[in-house]
Design a binder for this molecule. Structure first.
Ligand SMILES: Nc1ncnc2c1ncn2[C@@H]1O[C@H](COP(=O)(O)OP(=O)(O)OP(=O)(O)O)[C@@H](O)[C@H]1O
Ligand SMILES: O=C(O)CCCC[C@@H]1SC[C@@H]2NC(=O)N[C@@H]21
Length: 293
C-alpha cells in the first residue's frame, strides 16, 4: 500500500513494489561484512538520496578527503549519470547505485585502466548470477543485459571516470526490482523482470563488492595484464557482443558495421568491417544487429 498525501492509503497498482517490500539497505551490516583490515574497502557510506554517487565521490577524491577503497551507496539518485553524458534513472530503493574510489597506479600502467569498466561488468555479472540467480550478459563496453520475454534488455551499466592524476571513480547502477511500468526507457530491464529468485539488495551489493575486490586484486597483481589476470577470458566468456554483427556509432557520429571479433590489449572492441578491414573501437555505442545465434 502507498501512503497518500491525506494520510490514507491507496491500493498498489498491479506489478508495483511498495516501499514496505523495498526495505532499506542495512548499512551497518554491509560495512561490517565488507570493511576489514587489509581489505580493499576502507569505508562504506549509505545515503538516502543524492544527485550522483559518482559526482560526490569524485568531489571528495579531488578534495583529498577519501582514501582508495571508499564506497558510496545511495538509495536513490536525483541526477544519476550514465556514459556519454546520459542520464541514469535511479528511483528510491529500486536498485543498486554505488561508486567506489580506486587508485590503480603505479602497479597498473594508465594505458590499462580502460579495463576497469569491463572488470566491473564481470564482477557485477558474476555476483548477480550467484545471488539473484539471473543469467546476465555483458554488452561491450559497459552494459549488463538480462533476458526479459526472450529479449535482451539493459539492467545495469558502469561509469568509469578519472579524477585528477591517479584516481578512478567506478560507478555501478543495477535495476533490481523495477517493474514493467517503471522502466525508464524501452530497452531497459531489471533483475525482477528477468525472473530473479531474490531481489534482496543487501546480498547482491555485498556480492558485487566482494567480487570487485577479488577481480581488482587479481588484475592489480598482474599489473593490469588482462590475459594474466584471467579478465580477458572471463569478459569474453560473458560477452554478448563478440561474434555478433554490430553497428558501432562512434563519437562524431561516424558509423561502422561489421562483426565483433575480438578485444585488443586495451579493452577495445575489434570489428571485422563490412569493407573487409579491421578496426578497433574504443568508445561509442554498439548496436547488436541480430539476435544471438
Ligand atoms: N535505470 C536505467 N536502466 C537502463 N537504461 C537506462 C536507465 N536509466 C537511463 N537509461 C538510459 O537508457 C538509454 C538506453 O540504454 P542503451 O544505451 O544501452 O540503449 P540504446 O540507446 O537503446 O542503445 P543500443 O543502440 O545499444 O540498443 C541509455 O541512454 C541509458 O543511459
Ligand atoms: O550505462 C551507463 O551509461 C552507466 C550507468 C552508471 C550508473 C551508475 S549509478 C551509480 C553511479 N552514479 C552515477 O551517477 N552513475 C553511476
Amino acid at each position: 500500500m502507498t501512503a497518500t498525501p491525506s494520510g490514507g492509503s491507496a491500493p498498489e497498482p498491479p506489478g508495483r513494489w511498495s516501499d514496505l517490500e523495498r526495505p532499506p539497505l542495512n548499512a551497518t551490516g554491509l560495512r561490517r561484512a565488507l570493511v576489514r583490515p587489509g581489505g580493499l574497502w576502507t569505508s562504506l557510506d549509505v545515503v538516502e538520496v543524492t544527485g550522483s554517487t559518482n559526482t560526490d565521490l569524485a568531489e571528495r577524491a579531488a578534495a583529498g578527503t577519501v582514501p582508495e577503497g571508499a564506497v558510496l551507496v545511495s538509495e536513490e539518485q536525483s541526477a544519476g549519470r550514465g556514459r556519454l553524458d546520459r542520464h541514469w534513472v535511479a528511483p528510491a530503493r529500486s536498485g543498486i547505485f554505488v561508486s567506489v574510489l580506486l587508485r590503480p597506479g603505479p602497479a597498473v600502467p594508465a594505458t590499462r585502466w580502460g579495463w576497469l569498466p569491463l572488470l566491473a561488468g564481470v564482477a557485477t555479472a558474476t555476483a548477480v548470477s550467484r545471488t539473484a540467480g539471473t543469467d546476465t550478459a555483458l554488452k561491450w563496453p559497459n552494459d549488463l543485459l538480462v533476458t526479459v520475454d526472450g529479449e535482451e534488455r539493459k539492467a545495469g551499466g558502469v561509469l568509469s571516470e578519472r579524477v585528477g592524476d591517479g584516481d578512478v571513480v567506478l560507478g555501478i547502477g543495477l535495476n533490481v526490482s523495477l517493474g514493467a511500468d517503471e522502466l525508464p526507457v524501452p530497452g531497459a530491464g531489471s533483475l525482477a523482470l528477468a525472473g530473479a529468485v531474490s531481489t534482496d539488495r543487501d546480498p547482491i551489493l555485498r556480492a558485487v563488492l566482494r567480487s570487485l575486490e577479488q577481480w581488482y586484486g587479481d588484475w592489480r597483481a598482474a599489473e593490469g595484464d588482462p590475459a594474466r589476470s584471467g579478465l580477458l577470458e572471463a569478459y569474453a566468456a560473458g560477452c554478448a557482443t563478440l561474434g555478433r554483427a554490430v553497428r558501432a556509432v562512434l563519437p562524431g557520429d561516424r558509423e561502422i558495421s561489421g562483426e565483433a571479433v575480438a578485444l585488443d590489449g586495451d579493452g577495445r572492441l575489434v570489428l571485422r568491417t563490412d569493407g573487409g578491414g579491421r578496426e578497433a573501437v574504443g568508445a561509442g555505442d554498439i548496436v547488436h544487429l541480430r539476435p544471438r545465434g
